[in-house]
Design a protein around this ligand. Sequence first.
Ligand code: NAP
Length: 470
Amino acid sequence: MSDVYLRFVNTAFGKTAAQSLGLPSPVPLKRWKRGDQPFIEGNVLVGAVGDSKAVSHLGLALEASPAKVFHASSISVDTLKDSAKVGNRAEPLSLDDDIEQRFSALVFDATGMKSTEDLRAVYDFFHPTIKKLAAHGRVLVIGQDPASCRAPAKAAAHQALEGFVRSVAKEVGKKGATANLLLQAPGGEKALDSSVRFFLSARSAYVSGQVAKVGKTAEVPPVDAARPLSGKVALVTGASRGIGASIAETLARDGATVIGLDIAPTMHELQKVTDSIGGKALACDITDENAPTEIADFIKQHFDGVDLVIHNAGITRDKTLGNMPEHFWDMTIAVNLTAEEHIDEELMKQDLLKENGRIVCISSISGIAGNFGQTNYSAAKSGVIGYVEAMAKQVKKGVTINAVAPGFIETQMTAAMPLTIREAGRRMNSLSQGGLPVDVAEAIAWYCHPESNGVNGNVVRVCGQSLIGK
Ligand code: NAP
């Protein structure tokens, strides 16, 4: 599960060899280290167009960080003439002059765009600055959800941001940097904070070329920034190893008490995970007919409900369709898809999923793009997307449901792949490397954050912008 090539090309000899042979030179990504680490440091440049409204909220978020904030003064935009709108500490910076600074983030509020002519402001902001983006930097663009734009020209302009961001992500990926797009609902500026912090921080190291929609949010009482999930109870399925173990550890780091669930033969490993985070272990096969009630009973026995339900358990049973035995099909659909529905149904029937609860499902890029030999797995993971999108319209009491779609993540599942396929999977993305379980876990922690209650019905890929699929 270790990426030998990544380590090799980051030696002096390996760097030279990769350059002369034209091989990819992935940069080891910087990941989140400690709870009190600021979400962003260094120089941050903010720009905006027209009467964009998100910028003042960006200002508030950035003001709470030690970053030195600049606002692009040379853009003839009224919004930025008042520097206070980007935080009281923000300094004007002319983009017409030579720019000395290197930026840890370039943030552009495009919510004020009204027509496709306004896209010129995007060029005017990024053209002189993109080469000044530091290694591991962040590009974050904020637009309006095109579905909420009545005028076709406005919808076109905001949709254009998606193509722009996906392309920028491909250009900056070689330095370990990312680019993402947040689409806000009209009047939903206040809901952006937790998402802005996630996409600007090291927590989103392996999330690039993604679009996340943020709707309006209800007022949330202030949370402890270092332990935002304090007092929450989380259920994580498939928690004995790999991505599930990392989700359990990450949610516990953020303050949650975790119930780790896995099949009985993994109890030794599961117990190690839950003991290390002060959680509880539950042996259960989620495909058993009685599993939903067993889970509900366990929750009632120890807690008064559950806040976060993370459907992580998954299996692959690969075979081309004509050679696939029926139990391969049945098991894969049952574990990856049907079990999730039944568990949610029972928890909601018994009113055990608490107010402002979170459900998170794990899809896969195989569910988006399809994969040779994985008709069963791709169908199940695509079904997960359908389930999340439909449920997002039905959930009540402040509950949200979202999915992550991992690409190539270094786990036992991918270690079992044949070498050539494994190596191709690792390199075929803008960051030229596989992700780590913690990358998926961090995205889930963002969905689970109390302030993310406007983030609902999303499928965000954690794939380093894999070349496969959209
Ligand atoms: P993993 O290492 O195989 O871990 C999955 C865990 O789920 C295992 O402990 C497994 O137990 C458990 N599990 C399987 N069937 C279960 C059942 N019926 N009831 C309870 N637990 C069960 O997988 P991973 O790589 O961490 O993947 C985690 C999730 O991410 C899965 O949903 C997977 O499809 C998805 N994903 C992974 C990748 C990747 O690159 N790794 C990419 C895309 C999506 P046993 O296997 O011991 O039975």
